[in-house]
Write a protein of this length. Structure first.
Length: 241
């Protein structure tokens, strides 16, 4: 029997790479998007070309009632998820003295509240299904070490790490593992405007990572080989920390 896996932010970057990495496995992928329907439809087509199964789910992460309604309806119609991958997130960088309350709220509401909005309606159906499961969150090197100009983003991503570790303790007896992957500088649209040559010199491996390299860590944590790993943070950062 194939296992249902929800991937948030599946239309591009790391989310797309995760979907394609899991496409050839025995999974039914539920690909979340917010606005860019064309992008996620393209990912779904790629998944199907690889022999996988995919359908789409739309919601805005920061809107709790909307998220709960969409996820609950999908679970009611198709069954509980075996895996939940919380990948979607945003940044809105600025020096802290110049950071607006709106910028702070937007990033925290999307990234940290979004964790609650997505995971909360998934947990009890996972428990009741009695098949174990996997919850994987995406934090960031910024959430571990902090980063200049990203006080809001660092706060949200550090919060995700704390939430992941606490939830892992609660769900371990249900054979549901909860782990976090914390990427460093990865070549995605989010890093397109950064001075890659200058920043690469600060990375021990002397290059940005690729989305596929993050997806590989996520796929491992989703696999049966990771059944004894929970409450951990795996950094994919080229040796930066």
């Amino acid at each position: 029997m194939s296992k249902r896996i929800l991937i948030t932010g599946a239309g591009r970057g790391i989310g797309r790479a995760i979907a394609l990495r899991l496409a050839s496995s025995d999974h039914q992928l539920v690909l979340h998007y917010n606005q860019n329907l064309a992008a996620v439809e393209g990912v779904a087509a790629e998944v199907r070309d690889l022999g996988g199964q995919a359908h789409l789910l739309q919601f805005e992460l920061s809107q709790g009632e909307q998220v709960r309604a969409a996820i609950s309806a999908d679970i009611a119609a198709n069954g509980a998820y075996y895996g939940v991958i919380c990948n979607a997130g945003i940044s809105d960088d600025n020096a802290f003295p110049a950071m607006s309350a709106e910028s702070w709220d937007k990033v925290l509401r999307t990234n940290l509240d979004g964790f609650y909005h997505v995971v909360h309606p998934c947990v009890m159906p996972m428990v009741q299904a009695r098949q174990g499961g996997r919850i994987i969150t995406l934090s960031s090197l910024s959430g571990i070490a902090g980063n200049r100009g990203q006080v809001n983003y660092s706060a949200s991503k550090a919060g995700i790490i704390g939430a992941t570790k606490a939830l892992a303790l609660e769900l371990a007896k249900r054979k549901i593992t909860v782990n976090c992957v914390a990427p460093g500088l990865i070549a995605t649209e989010m890093t397109d405007q950064l001075p890659s040559q200058e920043l690469s010199a600060m990375i021990p491996l002397r290059r940005f990572g690729q989305p596929q390299e993050v997806a590989a860590a996520v796929a491992f944590l989703m696999s049966d080989d990771a059944s004894y790993i929970t409450r951990q943070v795996i950094s994919v950062n080229g040796g930066m920390l």
